[in-house]
Each structure stands twice: as C-alpha cells, then as structure tokens.
Design a protein around this ligand. Structure first.
Ligand SMILES: O=C(O)CCC(=O)C(=O)O
Ligand SMILES: [Fe+2]
Length: 328
C-alpha cells in the first residue's frame, strides 16, 4: 500500500511511540490518534449536546451571533465565514476559555480582544458544561501529546510548559457542514493552516476532510471511529524553524443534503506567549519557516490568532475592529 493511501495511526500507549510520532509529524504532519484515554461516554456527552444545539430553532442560534461579540465568540451562520477569500459553507459555534473581557488600552496588544466571555444558548445549559469539560479534557491530552512529540524529536519535554498553564488560550468549535451549497462550489472550509500548536479533531462518519501532502495533492482523511485527527499548527512550525511544518487542510462539502459534523479543538498557548525556538538535534538542518506574504507566521501567539480571526470573520472585524485590519 502506498504511504499516501493511509495516514499514520499513532497509539499514545505504544512502546514505539516516539519513533512513530517523529515520522508521522515530520513526514506527514497529520495523523490519527488512538490510545488517548478519552472514553466513548465522554465523547457522546459532547456530541449529544452539539446535536441539540444545531437542532435549536435558527432564531435561538442567531441569538448567539458572533457579530455581537468583539471576541469572535458565538455562532457563525452558514456563508458568513471566509477562508482564502472565498465563502465557507458551514455553520459553527466558537467557544474559548471562559474569561472576562480584557479590552486592550491604547498601548496594549490588540490581541487581548480575543479574550472574553462565550455566548451560550439559554435553552441548553448542558452544552456549556459539556464544552468546558471537553476543553479541559482535551487540553490534558494535547499537553501530553506535545510533550511526547518534543521528546520524539529530541527536545526537552517541558520546554513549552511555561507558555500554557492557567492563562493558555484553548479554542473549540462545534461545526456543521449542511451539504451542498447548490451553486456548484464545494468549499466546506477552504484550505488553511491552524494557528496554534496542535489540533485534535473529532469527525463523524461522513468524510470530506482532506490534507495536503508532500506531493502537493489533497488526500482524504478517512473517518476512524474513536480516533482524533491531529494536525500540526503554525506555532510548531515556528517552534522548530520549519523542521515540522503546519499542515494545509480543507473540507469538501458533503453531497446533496448530507450533513457532516466535526469538533476541532485547538491547543493554543497564552495570547502573550512568544514562541522561542526549541533546542533539538535537528535544529541545524531545519529549513526555516514558510515565507508566504499572504500568511505571515507570528511568533507572538495572540497576533497569529488575530490574523486568522480577522480574515475569517469579516463581519465581526468590520463591526468591532475596523482599526485592526492589519495586526500591528
Ligand atoms: O471540520 C473539519 O474536519 C476541519 C475543520 C478545520 O480544519 C478548522 O475548523 O480549522
Ligand atoms: Fe483547520
């Protein structure tokens, strides 16, 4: 079987974890994670709350419209999000660490806008409980995975611990792809890289997620029950000076009226974290980070996320952040 037909499956409990993880992260940048310890019951609590959320009357979802949040939290209706300048065909609820707003003063970094309260549906109190529990649970899994990955490339396991901790900025999305947009386009979400260190994604059985591999082509990421799809974010590319590369990925809309659900969890450090290069034996052979004028990589995490949010959510950006459209 060609290496392109299947993504690596990484078992966090396997004895040869480090060798396999090194190769999966370096050669592919995408893998399926099993042996992570998150139970089917925990997952079902989240998925059941998510299904109820998307079944709410549209008016109740729109009551949480992210257009009302300068912190980019809440509900984005289908067609309001942009990737690569083109419209995505999905609706979603964006959830982050539950903290009071911190409105930046004139001399403070603009990315503090990203900190703030979530918007929750009044009719579904269990969603808040399930989503915040998921953020805690997956933060622990991602922390363990990041440490193992650092060990796998010969770096100190705890090198990035100080930029996480209790001010870390994890993010969760509950996403629905409603099927074909009916206009001949098939962009569920356009090709992009994630902004943080690691993304752990739960996808249902429908399929449509694709990853760009070294051959330049986009390859299907087939659903694997019980596994998290993991991809490397831009900060790991910054951290390793390009030895590990943030993986470009996209979702093709499901056909007809088929719905697809997914739950990406983004493991991000503090907004004011400055990602220093990690010392490791391959550092001298690292090629440097991707130079794309259309997508600069910011080592100070808050700017990297703000860059993405401003371009993905133009309605929020225009309403609340017209002065910020180019991050300082
Ligand atoms: O829905 C998916 O499978 C992927 C979503 C994604 O890549 C994202 O929201 O960053
Ligand atoms: Fe993504």
């Amino acid at each position: 079987m060609s290496s392109y037909q299947q993504l690596p499956i990484i078992d966090l409990t396997a004895p040869d974890l480090h060798a396999r993880l090194h190769s999966a992260a370096h050669d592919v940048g995408f893998f399926q994670l099993v042996g992570h310890g998150v139970s089917a019951e925990e997952t079902e609590r989240l998925l059941s709350a998510m299904r109820k959320f998307f079944a709410l009357p549209e008016a109740e979802r729109l009551a949480l419209d992210n257009i009302n949040s300068p912190h980019f939290r809440g509900y984005t209706r289908t067609g309001d999000e942009r990737t690569g300048g083109a419209r995505d065909w999905r609706d979603q609820l964006d959830i982050g660490a539950e903290r009071a707003a911190r409105v930046p003063g004139p001399d403070e970094a603009s990315y503090w806008w990203l900190q703030g309260p979530n918007q929750w549906p009044a009719a579904l109190p269990e969603l808040r409980v399930a989503a915040l529990a998921w953020i805690d649970r997956l933060s622990a899994v991602a922390q363990r995975l990041l440490r193992e990955l650092l060990v796998a490339i010969g770096a100190p396991a705890d090198f990035y611990d100080p930029i996480f901790g209790d001010r870390a900025h994890p993010h969760l999305k509950l996403v629905r792809y409603p099927g074909s947009a009916g206009d001949g386009g098939d962009q569920g979400v356009g090709a992009h890289k994630d902004y943080g260190f690691l993304t752990l994604l739960l996808q249902d059985q429908v399929g449509g997620l694709q990853v760009q591999r070294a051959d330049g082509f986009f390859h299907d990421v087939p659903p694997l029950p019980g596994a998290f799809v993991v991809n490397l974010g831009e900060l790991l590319e910054v951290a390793t000076n390009g030895y590990l590369v943030a993986t470009n990925h996209r979702v093709v809309s499901p056909p007809g009226a088929t719905e697809r659900f997914s739950v990406p969890f983004f493991y991000n450090p503090r907004l004011d974290a400055r990602v220093e290069p990690v010392p490791f034996p391959y550092a001298s052979s690292a090629p440097g980070i991707t130079a794309d004028p259309g997508n600069p990589l910011f080592a100070e995490y808050g700017y990297n996320e703000l860059k993405g949010k401003l371009r993905a959510h133009p309605l929020v950006a225009e309403r609340h952040h017209s002065g910020l459209l180019t991050p300082a």
